[in-house]
Design a protein around this ligand. Structure first.
Ligand SMILES: Nc1ncnc2c1ncn2[C@@H]1O[C@H](COP(=O)(O)OP(=O)(O)O)[C@@H](O)[C@H]1O
Ligand SMILES: [Mg+2]
Length: 451
């Protein structure tokens, strides 16, 4: 309930001001809902009491303006509880009981997309966005990612980039972030459509499906590709295509289309080139070649969660806090890996991270091994060869050293592995150094021993 209330607060503030709550504002709301005093909130968050009080006063002012009701530290909890109850699906509260102004203009709900909450007041009424989010997953807790969220919002809303890619390793949080993004910005669009390519639909199927949603039951002689272009000009649409990597081939360089799917590439490119009012957001582990070359495609790559991942470990109730950062480092802040490993630590080491780090034979626990296996199956033989060479070394390898053992296709394979988030390079003292993902290194060693 606390998380939901925070989300509601964040979303109403964002919808009105275009800015998310910062960490201090979140701490003030959380603390206030828990009945804490400013002095306690200040101490817990390492701020001076005065600073927290000032920030609190500003926050109550913002909320009061938005909700058109006087909000203060003393009535925040009661007000939010009213909002929460009012929106609960099984609530039988009658609207007339809460006759405040804001209930006339705002409709709160507890669907998986609480951001649908803002229904515009009469004077700023817009066309209500029509959304098809059936293929999007349920919204889950999300930690961190504020900077990434803001960068994406800016690109999509301010710069109005026609094509945006969100790239990153499996489990890093692309889908989760996109769900949050959609929730935050959907009020700015006429149509929101989420499609996944995981079932390998052809381009024709995908386009027909999107056109049917936008236009039904309109009939026309024009072909669907042209019709969709027409709609993307006429309306402001946000189309999210998830799991784009599924249409790329295994065993080839990243971004090589499976046979019969090459036309997706031309479609992506075309939408990046022709003028329209809409945005196509692609989520993928591998970057499509066409988008990599387009100047007006905004491309962002997600890396690990860093210290924010501690919240996942906390949520899972692990102990041994001093070693949490070490655990996050081993799993490179990948939230999926951390969720899997947290479950294993809970089951096998009673939740004690120290014991896991000291006594576990391997960090490549089975479920993570399976995910990596699926990911590494996608590599070309030449990329596998490079991984094996790097895994054999017990130290960080430099470019000069590597050139001696692998002369063919070295640059190409390094680039590919970087694009797959499996390899990092660092420039130091005029030399380039390679850092292979430690789990990939362990994986390569296990494979070698199995042969
Ligand atoms: N920022 C985050 N905070 C907490 N959990 C997250 C975060 N990002 C992702 N997760 C969790 O990690 C798992 C994988 O996330 P997902 O978005 O499916 O990754 P991807 O789409 O990149 O493969 C999910 O269980 C999700 O709830
Ligand atoms: Mg995903």
């Amino acid at each position: 309930m606390m998380q939901k209330m925070l989300e509601i607060a964040d979303e109403i503030v964002f919808a009105k001001t275009g800015k998310h709550l910062d960490d201090l504002q979140q701490a003030i709301i959380r603390g206030t809902l828990q009945g804490k005093r400013y002095i306690d909130i200040a101490a817990e968050n390492n701020f001076a009491e005065k600073h927290v009080k000032d920030a609190g006063r500003k926050l109550w002012k913002i909320l009061s303006d938005i909700l058109e009701e006087n909000i203060s530290k003393s009535n925040l909890k009661a007000t939010f509880e009213k909002i929460y109850t009012y929106n609960s699906p099984d609530s039988d509260v009658i609207q007339a009981n809460f006759n405040s102004n804001y209930f006339n203009s705002i409709n709160f709900c507890t669907t998986p997309y609480p951001d649908g909450i803002i229904r515009r007041s009469q004077h700023e009424q817009q066309v209500q966005a029509r959304e098809d989010l059936n293929e999007a997953p349920r919204r889950e807790n999300i930690y961190g990612r504020m900077d990434e969220l803001e960068a994406l919002e800016k690109e999509i809303l301010k710069t109005e980039s026609p094509l945006v890619t969100l790239l990153g390793a499996g489990g890093i949080g692309k889908t989760t972030l996109a769900v949050k993004l959609v929730a935050a910005i959907k009020s700015k669009f006429d149509f929101i459509i989420w499609r996944s390519l995981s079932t390998l639909p052809t381009l024709e199927e995908t386009i027909t499906n999107i056109v049917d949603f936008i236009s039904h039951p309109e009939t026309t002689d024009r072909n669907n590709l042209d019709l969709l272009k027409h709609y993307l000009r006429k309306y402001r649409c946000l189309i999210i295509i998830d799991d784009v990597q599924t249409i790329f081939m295994e065993g080839k360089l990243p971004g090589t289309y499976k046979s019969g799917y090459e036309n997706y590439g031309s479609w992506f490119k075309n939408l990046g080139e022709v003028s329209h009012r809409s945005c196509l957001l692609l989520l993928s582990r591998e970057e499509p070649r066409e988008t990599a070359l387009l100047s007006n495609c905004f491309s962002s790559r997600l890396s690990g969660l860093g210290v924010c991942a501690r919240k996942i470990l906390k949520e899972k109730g692990l102990s041994g806090q001093k070693q949490w950062d070490r655990l996050i480092e081993i799993y490179k802040g990948n939230p999926l890996y951390l969720k899997i490993v947290a479950k294993a630590i809970e089951d096998l080491f009673s939740g004690e991270v120290n014991d896991f780090l000291n006594y576990s034979q391997s960090f490549l626990i089975h479920d993570i091994y399976l995910i990596l296996k699926e990911q590494l199956q996608r590599l070309s033989p030449s990329e596998i060869n490079l991984i094996q060479l790097l895994a054999e070394q017990n130290k960080t390898v430099s470019l000069t050293e590597l050139k001696k053992v692998k002369s063919v296709d070295l640059v190409r394979d390094v680039e590919s592995l970087k694009r797959r988030s499996l390899l990092e390079t660092q420039s130091l003292n005029g030399e380039i150094w390679f850092h292979l993902d430690p789990l990939v290194k362990e994986f390569a060693k296990v494979q070698e021993n199995d042969v």
